[in-house]
Design a protein around this ligand. Sequence first.
Ligand code: MV4
Length: 502
Amino acid sequence: MFKKVLVANRGEIAVRIIRACRELGIETVAVYSEADRRALHVRYADEAYLLGPAPSRESYLRADKILNIARKSEADAVHPGYGFLAEREDFSAACADLGIAFIGPKPSSIAAMGDKAEARATVIKAGVPVVPGTEDVGNMTNEELLTKAPQIGFPLLIKATAGGGGKGMREVKSLEEMPTLLQSARREAESAFGDGNVYLEKLVEGARHIEIQILADTHGNVIHLGERECSLQRRHQKLLEEAPSSALDDELREKMGSVAVKAAKAVDYVNAGTIEFLLDKDNNYYFLEMNTRLQVEHPVTEMVTGIDIVKEQIRVARGRSLSYEQHEVKFNGHSIECRINAEDPYNNFLPSTGRITHSLLPTGPGVRVDTGVYPGFEITPFYDPMIAKLIVWGETRAQAILRMRRALEEYRIVGVRTNIPFHQTLMDSHRFMGGQYDTRFVEERFSMEEAEESRQNYDDIAAILATMVAHRETERSSHIVQRNERDTSNWKWVGRWERMHR
Ligand code: MV4
C-alpha cells in the first residue's frame, strides 16, 4: 500500500478521502488556501501545507505548488477528488513524471474523454449508442455545421467540445436561428474553456439523466456498480441523486452497465469513472459523456452496493486488482443524496455566505452526512456553495424518502441560509414521490412559492401568534423573581430569619 497520500482538494471530498486513507492505515497530507486555514480537511490530515490566497487559481489549481509539497512531504500518491485538477491530463502526467501515483485515470484516457466530440467518435467505434449528430473530430466550420444540421434534424443542440456542465450549449429550433446561436455558443465556450469548438446533437426531449459507475484496474478488469438517477438539477447543477433509478429494471441495468464497460474499455480506462447516458421515454439510451473522476454523488452507489469506491480507487492506483468481480456486485435497497448548499431557495438560490454559528447533524439508522464544515467555520464566496451531502439508505424507495424527510427535519444550520427547505418541499412533491420526473422537472414544474402556499397552514400560524401575544401580556403583568435573581444573598436571608426567631 501507499505510505502517504496527498489530498489535492478541500471540503467534504477531502475529508472523505482522508477517512478512506485512515481506514487503510495511510498517512495523509492536506493542502489549503488562506480561506481554509481552519477547514475540517486541514484538521483531519496528518500534515497540512498552505498553498496561497483564497482564489482557486492561486491555491487549489496550483499544480506546481501541490507537486512540490507532494515531493517535500514524501507523499507517494495524489488524490485529486473532483473539480480543480481532477480532469487535467497534464496534472495526471506531471504526477507520473515525478514517480508519484495519480489516483485516477492515465492522461490519455482523460484527454480522449475530455474532448466530447472525440469521446463520441471513440465510443461509436466501440459500438456504444450515441445521440444522432456530428461524428467528425477536429474543428468544424460554421459552413460545415450548417450543412450537417438539416440532416440531423431540428430541434438540435450545439455543444462545446471542451464542454460539460451545459456551458456553451444552445438549443436550436430552426436553420434560420442557427448562425446567431453558433456564434454565441462559441463565444461562451471560448470564455469558459479557452476553446470555441462545437459539435451538434439531436435534442432528446423529456429524457432522464442516468449515469453508470465504473471501476477498472490495471489488469484489464472493468466492472460497473449500477446506475444513479441524476435528473433533478437546476441550471445544470445536480441537487439530488438516487440509486437505483425507478426507470430501470434488472435487464436494462445489465444492458446499460455492459455498454458503459465497453465505453470505458474503449479508452483503456483505469480507476473510478462515470458514463453519462440520456434515457428517453421508450427506454432508448444514448452515451452523453464520461466523467473521468470520482463524483460528488458516489455515496448513493456505496450505500446500495456496500463497496467503498474511494478505497477501491486507492487499491487500483497501487496496482492491485479490484476486490470484486462483476457477479459479486449486489444491489441492496435504495439510497438518496441531497446536496446541502449554502444558498437561499426563497431568493433565486442566491449563494449565502457567513459564519456557521450552530449546526446539528442528523444521525441514526441509515443516515450519512459527508461535510467539510462545522460550527464556527466561515462560508466564503470563493468556492462551490455545497457544504454537505445528506445521504440516506432505506430498504425501499418509500422508506428512503421517509428517512430523508426525518433527517432533513433534524438538520439544523444557523448562520447561513441553506437549500434544506427546497429539499423538504421536493420530498413532499407527488411527482417526486411517484418517481415521475425528468431533467426539466425542477426548472419547469417546481416552484417554492406554490409549494409554500399549499403547505402553509394559516390557522396554525394564527394560533401561534395569539399564544405569543397572550404570553407577552402575562409577562408584563407579573414580575417573576427566580432563584438567584433576588438582590439579597441566601446567607443574609438565613441571618434575618434566625434573628426573627431568636
Ligand atoms: C442533451 C440533452 C438532450 N439531448 N443532449 C446538459 C449537460 C450535458 N452534460 C448534457 N446535457 C444535456 N444534453 C441531447 N442530445 C439534454 C441535456 C440536459 C440535461 C442533461 C442532464 C441533466 C439536466 C439537463 C438539463 C438540461 C439539458
